[in-house]
Design a protein around this ligand. Structure first.
Ligand code: PEP
Length: 249
């Protein structure tokens, strides 16, 4: 397990103000677990409220527009989410790629906007089940990541986190084997070293995401090169999310 694992909850399209109590409970308990870095990505509508509610944990957004401002009805820019309290943005999530047709090029532009606004990027990547069955998961993920990441990133270690999330494991209760996760994370590390140089890339945390829960977290987090977890469903209550945070401590 990484020295200070990073456990990030992605609330997706869940949560109204009644969920602020969960954020508060997660924050209070995380204060006692300094060995773990904990963060939440609530929906836009709760971003500022969660930011005001918590003291210890990080708060981030689930998306941002690549542009600075202007006539983009319904969109939210990087500087807006930063102003609302976001310290990072999750980008490249498979649900945005699928539901909104987001391409690698668009994701790269969004990443550039988020970095320019002074936020960290959690860049997601992952293969479909068909790609894995064909034995092409690692080459697919390498290509996807290379095309989604900005070419130049200042202070890569502080600005970038990768989340490997096999699409077939998201919300399904299925997870890859520890060996498969380790192989993929090694492939991602090699790519990061190629792109950004060993000194910076060695320290970038590579999270695993896909059906992580309190029961399987210890095993998944013990895999080589796994620097933490991106958690969907199990981040929606303080009880289930804290079970993962405790397993990481
Ligand atoms: C996710 O979508 O980022 C995710 C990991 O979801 P879940 O934990 O529900 O599989």
């Amino acid at each position: 397990m990484a020295e200070r694992p990073y456990i990030v909850g992605n609330w997706k399209m869940n949560g109204t103000r009644s969920m602020l109590a969960e954020a508060r409970a997660i924050d209070r308990s995380s204060q006692r677990l300094m060995k773990v870095e904990v963060a939440l990505a609530p929906p836009f509508t709760l971003l500022h409220a969660v930011h005001r509610e918590v003291e210890q944990i990080g708060v981030g957004a689930q998306d941002c527009h690549p542009g600075a401002d202007g006539a983009h009805t319904g969109d939210i820019s990087a500087s807006m989410v930063s102003d609302a309290g976001a310290k990072f943005v999750i980008l490249g999530h498979s649900e945005r790629r699928q539901d909104h047709g987001e391409t690698n090029t668009l994701i790269r532009e969004k990443a550039e906007a988020a970095l320019s606004a002074g936020m960290r990027v959690i860049m997601c990547c992952g293969e479909t089940e068909a790609v894995r069955d064909e034995g092409k998961a690692e080459s697919f993920v390498s290509r996807q990541l290379k095309a989604s990441l900005p070419e130049r990133i200042e202070s890569v270690t502080d600005s970038l986190t990768i989340a490997y999330e096999p699409i077939w494991a998201i919300g399904t209760g299925r997870t890859p084997t520890v060996e498969d996760i380790e192989a993929m994370h090694r492939t991602i590390r090699t790519l990061l070293v190629d792109l950004f140089g060993a000194e910076e890339a060695e320290e970038v945390r590579i999270l695993y995401g896909g059906s992580v829960n309190a029961e399987n977290a210890k095993e998944l987090l013990s895999a080589d090169e796994v620097g933490g977890a991106l958690v969907g469903g199990a981040s929606l209550t303080a009880e289930s999310f804290l079970g993962i945070v405790i397993a990481a401590a």
